[in-house]
Design a protein around this ligand. Structure first.
Ligand code: HEM
Length: 521
């Protein structure tokens, strides 16, 4: 043991920016678009880098090889999550199993979640997916300029329906607003990592600015958010605690309100089958307290929306790709009905287009951070126990050795005979959904929701560049935001029905799916 210990101690940490004593690399930490800074650093320091802030080590992986070797092959040692004091302990997001430590509690939640969202169970969601996809087409026909809202509503409807049996309202849905209010601060906190308390956890004990909380209970009927109505007291530097306490209220609302709604519906005998319904049912039979595990699915609706937004942007900028996909859809499906899941294996180009949308418009450029449990060695470098491990998925999916001309939207790279010497690796495997035992368990629902929406939109509409009042074409900007969930910056496009028959075609499909979903639900 002594010899092994000595050998490990003599190994260097991976290279990285030098930093200062005690504070380490605090001044090197990127303020925005960290994935771009990490890619630049990788040119100097190599694929595996080390940074230290106030004694906390972070290992950044910039290549597929390193990410696969550590996060995938050595997954049993790399599947813990770093302690997130601000998010999990002060803002009360700890119940969310995406934040849980790699332990029995996480395993139990993950198993339950996987059972419900695994590929074998996906057919359960087909009727609602079809129903909401036809709704989407109908809305795009009526108010095409509100396409961003329609996409958001479409994805949220499916995810919330699968989770709660909850029917999203056409506009200004109460619950969507609730999700937005609670999730936005989380995205900021987890991504930015700029709260000192995350580096020095003891700070969480300093007295809070808030000395009394006064809650108003919100109900769906009154449409009022439960809020903090009195903030008194003061302590220097404790602003983060006030922020956390205020955000925590929204987060509790997010957890409690829909759950109570389902329970109420069950007691009235009007609840629809959903993940919460099944979990409550299990609760009765197993006697296991699992009330919060379903929450994560709502946060994830946003990710699928982002994927769709990036794809629409790509369609407007790459009309030749759109034409090719439409030709394939017309050949396989014809012009009298909408695409269905049975058509999916016969449409390799549409499949490749979905993969390219995941890569080109990458939703989570740094995935979620992992934590290494035991000390390890990689290519002669020491990986310290407890270090946070971040995969730069953006760098991997834009690596020109894996994906030549990485900024071009080119589905052919995923097809045999597509022009390249070999078929490019599926971005979902390369890191688009994370890695190892923590890989996104909602990926099947997300991708088949997106597939049906993409194929259906292209069968009914052309996605075109917008035109200004003087008849000039407005070029849609291809720029993505910073953040845990990176999405396209605002852009304009037009949805033009492909023929004068589109309305009839959508009306007929609506009739068909409403009969089918009424039977299946
Ligand atoms: C395009 C859509 C989506 C993307 C890009 C995405 C991406 C990710 C990523 C990168 C992670 C972190 C994996 C890691 O730690 O290595 C993750 C975790 C997770 N995702 Fe997704 N996701 C999407 C949609 C969904 C949906 C629709 C659901 C739910 C139905 C979902 C449920 C989850 C859960 C529960 C976790 C936490 C897993 C754990 O910590 O064990 N995701 N997702």
């Amino acid at each position: 043991f002594y010899i092994r210990r000595k050998r490990l101690d003599n190994l260097p940490l991976p290279p990285g920016p030098k930093g200062y004593p005690i504070i380490g690399n605090i001044f090197d930490m990127p303020q925005a678009y960290a994935w771009i800074t990490y890619s630049k650093w990788a040119k100097k320091y190599g694929d595996v880098m080390h940074i230290r802030v106030l004694g906390n080590s972070t290992i950044i992986l910039n290549s597929l090889k390193a990410a696969m070797e550590l996060l995938d092959k050595r997954s049993s040692n790399y599947s813990d999550r770093p302690r997130m004091v601000m998010a999990s302990e002060l803002m009360d997001w700890g119940w969310d199993f995406a934040h849980m430590n790699y332990a029995d509690d996480w395993r139990r939640h993950r198993r339950r979640f996987h059972q419900y969202f695994q590929p074998r169970n996906l057919q359960t969601f087909y009727p609602i997916q079809k129903k909401f996809t036809v709704n989407l087409l109908e809305q795009l026909l009526k108010t095409p300029d509100k396409f961003q809202d329609h996409i958001k509503q479409h994805v949220s409807s499916i995810v919330l329906n699968a989770g709660y049996g909850y029917e999203v309202e056409a506009e200004n849905d109460f619950y969507i607003a609730l999700v937005h209010k609670a999730v936005q601060p989380l995205l900021h906190v987890v991504h930015a990592g700029n709260y000192l308390v995350d580096y020095i956890p003891a700070l969480k004990h300093i007295p809070s600015e808030i000395s009394s909380l006064d809650f108003q209970v919100m109900t769906r009927e009154t449409l009022q958010f439960r809020s903090l109505t009195s903030e008194i007291g003061w302590f220097p530097g404790a602003k983060f605690k006030t922020d956390a306490a205020i955000w925590a209220v929204d987060i509790r609302n997010l957890v409690d309100i829909p759950f109570e709604m389902v329970k109420k519906d069950i007691s009235k005998g009007v609840a629809k089958r959903s993940f919460v319904y099944d979990s409550l049912d299990k609760l009765k039979t197993d006697g296991v307290e699992d009330r919060y595990e379903e929450e994560i699915i709502k946060n994830c609706a946003g990710m699928t929306t982002t994927l769709m937004q990036a794809w629409i942007l790509a369609m407007a900028n790459y009309p030749e790709v759109q034409n090719k996909a439409q030709a394939e859809i017309d050949k396989v499906v014809g012009r009298n009905r909408l695409p269905d899941f049975n058509d999916r294996p016969s449409m390799p180009f549409v499949e490749a287009m979905l993969q390219e949308a995941m890569r080109w418009g990458l939703v989570t450029p740094l995935a979620l951070p992992h934590r290494v449990i035991r000390e390890d060695v990689y290519e002669g470098y020491r990986i310290p126990a407890g270090a946070t491990v971040v995969a730069n998925v953006w760098a991997i999916l834009h690596d020109k050795d894996l994906y030549p001309e990485p900024f071009k939207f080119e589905p052919e790279r995923f097809m045999t005979g597509g022009g390249g010497t070999q078929v490019a690796l599926d971005p979902g495997v390369a890191g688009g959904f994370g890695y190892g035992r923590r890989i996104c368990p909602g990926r099947y629902l997300a991708t088949n929701t997106a597939w049906l929406a993409m194929a259906s939109i292209l069968s009914a509409f052309d996605i075109l560049k917008a035109i200004d009042a003087n008849g000039n074409v407005i070029e849609p900007v291809v720029e993505f935001t910073d953040g845990l969930n990176s999405h396209p910056k605002p852009y304009e496009v037009r949805f033009a029905p492909r023929s004068s028959d589109t309305k009839n075609f959508i009306d007929t499909s609506k009739l068909e799916v409403s009969t089918v979903s009424a039977q299946s639900l």
